[in-house]
Design a protein around this ligand. Structure first.
Ligand code: NAD
Length: 268
């Protein structure tokens, strides 16, 4: 089964495409005969990425958090290819800080990891709807935005906002008469990309994309990827435990609370 938005001749706009998951997605879709618009911060890195593709591409060096640059990107993509069938909001910045980090770090991370997806949807979706063709919006979330492990508060908040936003977007699209666009949430497992050292527990970006594409094609909204250490069953138990904090009146993040950690482990 193939999704028409992923057919030969369709066009994908991918942010964070110079590296990691974005680049592996660009390579897989280019190999299928799609045109690719690669978006990232650095022109040299983009050109190196584009050189690994099989087909037509357009490189845009820009900051995804810049509203004017996003509008110009939508113009440029339509001018070059005349259509956009897949928008993948995938660029992210990682701030390791806790909640007491600077407000500048809070704002910047929110703008790149969350607001950029809202800006891009506003710039691209009206034209995708007007084209009347099937289309896809794919937002890259994180397990940290679902189970909220302690530590990277800012990153977790941005990814949980993106999850809520993407769920609402898909609900709205599903209830729009005649709409052939759908939104999806990609939730990578541990994937060996730019910031990560080699690790037997991680998947390669190509493995992740091979897992993601058939699920996207069959219409899954949540595409929650395992890795070499975390199985889908383990993810299911972790997500159910996090929801159980509310249902069972446990403290938040009880999985990491001394009174509860052993009970979670005993269940696993
Ligand atoms: N690798 C993992 O284990 C993992 C796990 C969960 C979620 N994710 C998510 O996957 C997505 C892709 O990350 P990755 O792991 O491939 O990392 P990566 O660092 O290889 O790729 C991210 C890309 O985004 C670009 N980028 C950052 N800020 C930008 C900006 N303001 N404007 C334009 N481009 C910008 C970077 O230059 C980089 O090329 C991210 O959303 C990340 O949060 C990754």
């Amino acid at each position: 089964m193939t999704h028409p938005a992923l057919d030969r001749g369709s066009v994908a706009v991918i942010t964070g495409a110079a590296s990691g998951i974005g680049l592996a997605t660009a390579q897989a879709l280019s190999a299928r005969g799609m045109g690719i618009v690669l978006v990232d911060l650095d022109q040299g890195a983009l050109q190196a990425a584009a050189a690994t593709l099989d087909g037509p591409s357009l490189c845009r060096a820009m900051d995804v958090a810049d509203p004017d640059a996003i509008d110009a990107l939508a113009e440029a993509a339509h001018e070059r290819f005349g259509r956009v069938d897949l928008l993948m909001n995938n660029a992210a910045t990682r701030v390791a800080g806790g909640g007491d980090d600077t407000l500048d770090n809070w704002r910047r991370t929110m703008e790149v990891n969350f607001w950029a997806a809202v800006l891009a949807e506003r710039a691209f979706l009206p034209r995708m709807l007007a084209a009347g063709r099937p289309g896809l919006i794919l937002n890259t979330g994180s397990k940290q935005g679902i189970t909220n492990p302690p530590g990277n508060v800012i990153y977790n908040v941005t990814k949980s906002a993106l999850k809520t936003y993407t769920e609402q977007l898909q609900h709205q699209l599903r209830n729009t008469e005649g709409c052939r666009i759908s939104a999806h949430l990609l939730v990578p497992g541990f994937t060996l990309t730019g910031p990560h050292r080699p690790d037997p527990g991680g998947w390669s970006p190509a493995e992740l994309v091979a897992y993601m594409l058939p699920r996207l094609e069959r219409g899954d909204f949540y595409i929650i990827c395992p890795d070499n250490e975390v199985t889908p069953e383990m993810d299911a138990r972790r997500m159910a435990w996090a929801a159980g904090d509310m249902i069972e009146n446990r403290p938040p993040l009880s999985r990491w609370h001394p009174d509860w950690a052993e009970r979670f482990k005993a269940q696993s």
